[in-house]
Design a protein around this ligand. Structure first.
Ligand SMILES: [Zn+2]
Length: 478
């Protein structure tokens, strides 16, 4: 039988606010000693009251708008109770039936085909503490507890591991463009749980779904979805029974294992948070946020094609990273617009190669847009030539020096002095009698060889056009 895969994703992103969701503790806890970013509120001391972080609400509204959601006039927070001891209060403040954003979508583009994935909701909650399980006892670090956490829930409309990956890349890209989260999966600021089930192709029925957790990379999500769809198909085909459960992804082994059978929403005993007022959104405030939304990846890509004449392929890769697209535009501001394609090729070629090889993010590169633009101006005015440019750039990349300083220090500038070039050409002709006679008898490759010797002698610095002209004169060529 032919089966189809049904996947829904729940993505949690920590928001880039300075303080936590309901108290004034700093969210910058990553390298802090355990339990140093805490206060009576996030430690749930008796008698304390939470206060809502306005910036976190604003970021969530921004995201919901960017994901084409409706922003209801009214929203509220609810208590979600569960038995796992990672919150000091014994419950999590989340949102149940009145989320900040409802009914949106985003578009994924795998294999050139566009597909809209509907988004059920975007809501706001608080992150939980970290538990460290040791032999026979557990330790708790409350630093992370209370950090604003935004959850985006998709409809179960994702039909393959590839689509799941495309959806995550797209969502991450949008959040980064909005500047609301670092979306760093390794650091846990962007986390994904997946609900997956399979059914006979064409069926409208939903079979018991499995929730898969603990995937901390895009690759992990992809592999877990692939593993889980195969596992479920096997259970089906062997006549077994699929049960609704939560499974954990074990990255080292590449498998999922049963964690627990699924609690249903009722088990969480949601009820409205009595310590926080419901929020009523001022329409004008929402529209103000909408007006301030930055240009999003798709729009920017289209603009790169129309405004700069970039091939779609280049525009796509550049705009997949806001930082790379920003860098590109900063450089281009200092250059002639006709250089846009050359610049994009350079960024996607040599520059990206060095970034990858040194594991450097473009934000941290030592080559400023000014320095890169200066290097291209040296190419344009003939100070450096093709092969030298590559070497100069490598040194700029590693040392952070300006191209002009590197060229001056190493005497790398192009030799365009006729007398000097002629001297080298004559020497090469004298030293390579065989090649010269080959050329005279009509072998064109011999000329390539002789030219190569001239360039070698000048360490690539001779002006290639001039070398060609002088060689013709000296060889009495055609
Ligand atoms: Zn606190």
């Amino acid at each position: 039988m032919d089966y189809e895969i049904v996947i829904g994703l729940e993505v949690h992103a920590q928001l880039l606010t300075k303080s936590k969701m309901f108290c004034s503790c700093s969210t910058d806890y990553i390298n802090a000693p355990p339990n140093t970013h805490v206060c009576p509120v996030c430690l749930a001391m008796p008698g304390v009251l939470p206060a809502i972080n306005k910036k976190a609400v604003e970021y969530t509204v921004m995201t919901a708008l960017a994901l084409n959601c409706t922003i209801p006039e009214y929203t509220k927070f609810d208590r979600k109770s569960y038995f796992y001891p990672d919150l000091m209060k014994g419950y999590q403040i989340s949102q149940y039936d009145a989320p900040i954003g409802k009914g949106g979508w985003l578009t994924i583009e795998g294999n050139g085909a566009k597909k809209r994935i509907n988004i059920t909701r975007v809501h706001l909650e608080e992150d939980v503490a970290k538990l460290w399980h040791r032999g026979g006892y557990s330790l708790i670090d409350v630093n992370r507890s209370g950090v604003p956490l935004m959850e985006t829930v998709s409809e179960p409309e994702i039909s393959s591991p590839e689509e799941a990956r495309d959806y995550l890349i797209k969502l991450r890209n949008i959040l980064r463009y909005l500047g609301v989260s670092t979306c760093n999966m390794e650091e846990g600021s962007f986390r994904c749980d997946a609900n997956i089930s399979i059914r006979p192709r064409g069926s409208k029925e939903f079979f018991p779904k499995v929730e898969v957790k603990n995937m901390n990379s895009l690759k992990g999500v992809y592999q877990a979805m692939e593993y889980e769809s195969k596992r479920q198909r096997k259970v089906f085909e062997e006549g077994g029974e699929l049960v609704q459960e939560t499974r954990g992804w074990i990255d080292e082994k590449g498998i999922t294992v049963t964690q627990r059978t699924k609690e249903y929403a009722d088990d969480y005993r949601y009820f409205p948070e009595p310590d926080l007022p419901p929020l009523v959104f001022d329409k004008a405030w929402v529209e103000e946020i909408r007006a301030k939304l930055p240009e999003l990846p798709e729009a920017r890509r289209e603009r790169f094609v129309t405004q700069y004449g970039l091939p779609l392929y280049n525009a796509n890769i550049l705009t997949n990273s806001r930082a790379l697209a920003d860098y590109f535009e900063s450089c281009l501001k200092l250059m002639n617009l006709s250089k846009a394609k050359m610049l994009s090729n350079w960024l996607l070629g040599d520059f990206s190669r060095l970034l990858n090889a040194t594991n450097t993010e473009i934000e941290n590169t030592k080559v400023s847009p000014e320095h890169l633009a200066e290097m291209f101006s040296l190419v344009d005015n003939g100070t450096i030539s093709g092969p030298t440019t590559k070497a100069v750039f490598e040194e700029m990349f590693h040392s952070g020096k300006r191209a002009s300083d590197i060229v001056a220090g190493k005497k790398l500038s192009q030799i365009s002095d006729t007398t000097e070039v002629r001297k080298v050409v004559k020497q090469v002709i004298a030293d390579n009698a065989k090649a010269v006679s080959d050329y005279s008898s009509g072998k064109q490759q011999a000329l390539t060889f002789i030219t190569g010797q001239v360039m070698k002698t000048t360490r690539g610095r001779a002006n290639p056009t001039l070398v060609g002209e002088i060689l013709m004169q000296e060889l009495g060529g055609k």
